[in-house]
Write a protein that binds this ligand. Structure first.
Ligand code: FES
Length: 582
């Protein structure tokens, strides 16, 4: 009996197939049963005795950004086996931006719960997280942070760029640009159909510095990917090699018990904030980073982010702030080139998944070379970080603007509010010829915050009213409590907190009110007295949205505001233990 391979060991072994045994009241029987079932799939005892590496498979016919998942899984498995481990892939939710109603953000927390619980429930000594499309990488990092096992992120990689009548195009900055031209009647129905064939030239994530590319760079800056893991396009040999290396490294992490809490430290988050600013990253990046940090009990200090922004120039010349695409960034050396340039501003002792520090990895990446995608700190794309944090009576909990993608002429602006109560109201009226609007006005969209829509959709990129677009207006100040795609550009104030649906001041803006925006002073002000605002609040009697059942009920009861990452309150660490930066 004592020699039985199924009995508990002394000291207890909680690794490999013995990890997290199903409760039958008899541990020996639990292991006996587990092995019997897995042997039904043809596994031998020799295979089952190896360290187990789980591979979160987010391949889905609904997610072309993860269309290379089968090739990546094959390469990860090869890497795991070469390093002496046993690869076990398992499915989780996969979320694509264009195939998720009402919005992918509504499902991010659900995906993070799926990831956390399946990582926790199934026996694995380390996990490889395959993610790429906007919400998938943050969801996986949030879930893995809470599960706290050795974890390594594998990015699916960006799509290739296409060509329209000799012009290079890629999703999704060019999607918006061409759609804007179509709305302004500068291109016809035939041409817009041609463009539609060219914007996404292969599987993979959006090819500009949208949220997916931002989160890929942030994942590498956090130390959560193999060095160089952010930039290889989805269909390249480099991407497949990174996948193989990721599998091998996951085995090493299992052996070294390099759990995610050793990587996701305050220093790692500070490095990620620097990188977010220096790449002109998506405004969504700050929401996701806040949510991931919240799982570790860390608060992202928005005021500090703004201070860091004033001393961190945008160095990466990628659309929408610049001109290149992700594949160009990869050819320019990827994150190593950027990190080398940012080195004086980074916390070099931060640990990474390789077991080496970020500083050591920068040294190992070798010398730089001549390229024109990552600028030097002396010759930046934009002198300050891409994101500025605004405050004022319209946003007591803060709001943000991507200043690197805004029109400099509008960054100090006062205008008359033209208010839309919700998305339906916007859709109904924005293109009407009798809409009372001029290019000097400020478009205000309410009820697209975390609870309002719900799910804080990327509707903050309010389209230019058609009659202004036709007249050649390219930008106008826009304000909402929602988000905006990282691929979009314009003078757009987002994430106004608290949101209007829970009675934030935005709820009480009326047509004709004056609004003052000063990016230099980091201020967004509604020029209405406190007394008048209080009177309007009293008269409005805001009732918060609710639902009778299901995930929507859970969502509306639990979702936090943008300044807490739009995570569910019960998923954040029970106690906040520190701030970033320290
Ligand atoms: Fe998936 Fe853009 S839609 S990354």
């Amino acid at each position: 009996m004592s020699n039985s391979p199924f009995e508990p060991t002394d000291p207890p072994d909680n690794s490999g197939m013995r990890k997290g045994l199903t409760s039958y009241g008899d541990q020996g029987f639990s292991l006996f049963l587990r092995k019997a079932f897995i042997k039904g799939a043809g596994f031998s005892d020799a295979a089952l005795d190896r360290p187990v590496v789980g591979i979160a498979n987010t391949g889905s016919a609904y997610n072309p950004c993860h269309g290379n998942a089968p090739q990546l899984i094959e390469a990860v498995k090869r890497g795991v086996m070469l390093a002496g481990g046993l690869p076990m892939d398992f499915p989780t939710i996969s979320v694509h931006e264009s195939f998720a109603a009402p919005t992918s953000m509504y499902l991010r927390n659900l995906m993070s719960m799926d990831t956390e619980e399946m990582v926790r429930a199934q026996p694995m000594d380390a996990v490889v997280l395959i993610g790429g499309c906007d919400k998938t990488v943050p969801a996986q990092l949030m879930g893995a942070a809470s599960a706290n096992i050795p974890s390594i992120q594998l990015i699916t990689g960006s799509m290739l760029t296409g060509s329209h009548r000799g012009e290079r195009v890629g999703a999704c900055t060019d999607c918006r640009r061409y759609w804007g031209k179509y709305r302004a009647e500068e291109v016809d129905a035939e041409e817009i159909a041609d463009v539609n064939n060219q914007l996404v030239a292969s599987v993979g994530t959006c090819s500009v510095m949208g949220t997916a590319s931002t989160m890929a760079c942030i994942a590498e800056a956090l130390g959560m990917t193999m060095p160089g893991g952010a930039s290889p396009p989805a269909v390249t040999a480099d991407r497949i090699r990174i996948a193989e290396q990721t599998g091998a490294q996951a085995v090493q992490m299992a052996r070294d018990k390099l759990t995610i809490d050793k990587v996701l430290t305050p220093d790692a988050f500070e490095n990620a904030m620097r990188v977010l600013l220096a790449i002109g990253g998506s405004t969504n990046g700050i929401v996701h980073l806040t949510a991931i940090a919240g799982r570790m009990g860390l608060e992202i200090d928005l005021a500090a982010l703004d201070r860091m922004g004033r001393e961190t120039p945008v160095l990466l010349d990628l659309k929408p702030s610049g001109q290149h695409y992700m594949e160009d960034f990869h050819h320019a050396g990827g994150m190593a080139t950027l990190l080398r340039e940012l080195k004086p501003l980074l916390k070099l002792d931060a640990m990474t998944v390789t077991g080496r520090t970020l500083g050591e990895e920068i040294e190992r990446s070798g010398p730089g070379f001549k390229q024109d995608v990552v600028r030097s700190a002396r010759n930046p794309i934009y002198p300050q970080g891409g994101i500025a944090v605004l405050r004022g009576n319209l946003a007591p909990g803060g709001a943000i603007i991507k200043q690197s993608a805004a029109d400099p002429k509008l960054m100090e602006h006062e205008g008359r509010a033209v208010v839309f109560e919700n998305i339906e109201d916007l859709v109904m009226r924005i293109d009407r010829d009798d809409l009372d609007v001029t290019a000097h006005d400020v478009l205000v969209l309410k009820n697209i915050g975390p609870k309002g829509a719900p799910g804080m959709p990327e509707a903050g990129y309010i389209p230019i009213p058609r009659k202004l677009a036709r007249a050649g207006v390219k930008d106008i100040v826009r304000i909402s409590d929602g988000r905006m795609s990282g691929t979009a550009a314009g003078t757009i104030v987002l994430h106004v907190t608290p949101e209007s649906a829970i009675g934030g001041p935005l709820a009480f803006v009326q047509n004709g009110d004056r609004i003052h925006l000063s990016v230099a002073n980091r201020e967004i002000a509604l020029l209405v007295s406190d007394e008048e605002l209080a009177r309007r609040a009293e008269a409005a009697q805001v009732v918060e949205p609710s639902a009778e059942r299901g995930y929507k009920k859970l969502f509306l009861q639990s979702v936090t505001q943008a300044d807490q990452g739009v995570d569910f309150d019960f998923l954040r660490a029970p106690k906040m233990v520190g701030k970033v930066p320290r």
